[in-house]
Design a protein around this ligand. Structure first.
Ligand code: ATP
Length: 465
């Protein structure tokens, strides 16, 4: 993990936010390569969900929404984490995490009074009852200093307008999903969609996470790629299974190693208040198995709540049967930054080539920041001009990086380290037969190919499906 973090900084994928001022904890900026990779992943997801599905359309809702949205969604009352403070060292912990830690160490005897909940999202009431007068603080080790749990809302607040008063409070959205639900009727009325259909959205979300960390894995500002699929209630279970399958295959297509992926079904304790059934797609990070994407059967909870709070009828009429009902929703909710971290961690490896250490990012060509490095063997004798000309042709297909100086081996290695799948070298033979050397990052195979065939060859490699 440390190596990935250092590569990100060294090559300009990710920088700490406001670094010249000492940084802002757990907030990150994306550099030239990072934004290219992030945009490519977002585009890959967008194409997968909308272009390859004729029954999924997109929206882009605003980050700020009517405050009632968050009452209807349950976030004002329910989006809370019970927190415990140590009076001695002032460290702050999620009650859930303390229980998990103590369970793992079998130190449950240290916790007295109250029942010991399983630590799931549905257990907030139980968590609030837990007391631990004899327990030791995991940070400073003193006993008897942990407070009773207190509720802490994870939504970030701000004010609209010039006056900072309670009537002007708005929230930075903690998830993108609600922007889809409140536009559901607009989409039905304008996009000629019929059930089952989906609405996709990519956008920022904000959560005042208590324990952010692991680089860009958990941050307070992040991006989600969400798709809400509206189905007749009787078909919800079938669609949940279908979407789990499709989404699992998607990560494999993205090049993630299958043995590092698994599907985890939520236990009743883990289920969120709105879900009837849910699965997480998990990836084995260096810090353990963690959620990459949540796939939930949200039932008719959201549309019913918005009907109740807005007074607008959000039911659906089946034109053929004239039956009216509130659709169920299957949600696929994936983190863009977390997917990016997964691609970096999964693709990172080191080997030795010709006696020299090599760092490689095995990124799928579709998402790699540069598709090819284009090099001239030497800068003179017209080779640099030929390489520039080829690069201009290739740019119409995908981003390329041109480099005319240094040893070819070093130029290849610089490209390997940032995940560029192909290296192309223009040499003296190019002047005679218009062929170039094409070198593959992963197999290291080299072949000669006609310059004018390269754009077509590369375009064919980058087709998604
Ligand atoms: P976690 O259990 O990791 O907190 P969650 O169950 O709260 O996640 P969801 O609300 O289901 O997550 O959000 C869907 C996806 O959004 C997650 O699978 C993850 O990829 C991403 N995500 C959620 N919270 C964060 C965060 N703080 N930082 C980065 N990505 C996040």
């Amino acid at each position: 993990m440390d190596k990935v973090v250092s590569l990100c900084k060294r090559r300009g994928f990710v920088f700490q936010s406001s670094e010249i001022y000492g940084g802002l904890a757990s907030i990150w900026d994306y550099g030239p390569l990072g934004i290219a990779l992030k945009n490519n992943i977002a585009n890959y997801w967008w194409r997968e969900m909308t272009q390859l599905h004729d029954n999924i359309v997109g929206v882009d809702a605003a980050i700020l929404m009517h405050p009632q949205v968050w009452k209807a969604s349950g976030h004002v009352d329910g989006f809370v984490d019970p927190l415990v403070d140590c009076k001695q060292c002032k460290a702050r912990f999620k009650a859930q995490d303390l229980i998990k830690q103590w369970r793992a160490k079998k130190k449950l005897a240290a916790i007295s009074d109250g029942e010991i909940p399983d630590g799931g999202e549905g257990d907030i009431e139980q968590l609030m009852k837990v007391r631990w007068p004899e327990a030791a603080c995991p940070s400073c080790g003193t006993t008897g200093n942990l407070t009773a749990p207190r509720q802490f809302n994870l939504m970030l607040k701000t004010f609209l307008g010039p006056v900072e008063e309670s009537a002007a409070v708005v929230y930075l959205r903690p998830e993108t999903a609600q922007g889809i639900y409140v536009n559901y009727q607009n989409v039905v009325n304008t996009a000629r969609v019929k059930l089952p259909f989906g609405i996709a959205q990519i956008g920022k979300a904000f959560r005042n996470e208590i324990t952010p960390g692991n680089f860009i894995f958990r941050t307070r500002e992040f991006e989600q790629m969400e798709m809400q699929f509206f189905v007749p209630p009787a078909d919800a279970t079938e669609w949940l299974v279908k979407w789990c399958d499709k989404r699992f295959k998607y990560y494999k297509k993205l090049g993630i190693r299958p043995d590092k992926l698994r599907l985890h079904q939520h236990t009743p304790q883990e289920l969120a208040h709105y879900a009837a059934d849910a699965y997480d797609i998990e990836y084995e990070f260096p810090f353990g198995w963690q959620e990459l994407e949540g796939i939930h059967n949200r039932t008719d909870f959201d549309l019913k709540r918005h009907t109740e709070f807005s007074g607008k009828d959000l039911s659906y009429m089946n034109e053929e049967t004239k039956e009216r009902f509130v659709p169920y929703i299957i949600e696929t909710s994936s983190g863009l930054n977390r997917t990016l971290l997964t691609c970096l961690v999964d693709g990172y490896y080191e080997d030795t080539q010709d006696g020299e250490a090599r760092t490689v990012l095995r990124l799928a060509p579709e998402i790699a920041p540069f598709k090819a490095g284009v090099f001239s063997l030497v800068k003179k004798d017209g080779l640099a001009e030929l390489a520039d000309q080829l690069a201009n042709d290739l740019r119409k297909v995908g981003a390329v990086f041109v480099d005319h100086s240094g040893s070819i081996g070093r130029r290849y290695r610089r490209m390997d380290e940032i995940g560029t799948p192909w290296g192309i070298t223009v040499d003296y033979q190019t002047k005679e037969d218009q062929t170039v050397t094409l070198r593959d990052r992963d197999t290291l195979e080299q072949l000669r190919i006609k310059m004018n065939e390269l754009p077509g060859w590369m375009a064919a490699k980058l087709v998604v499906g």
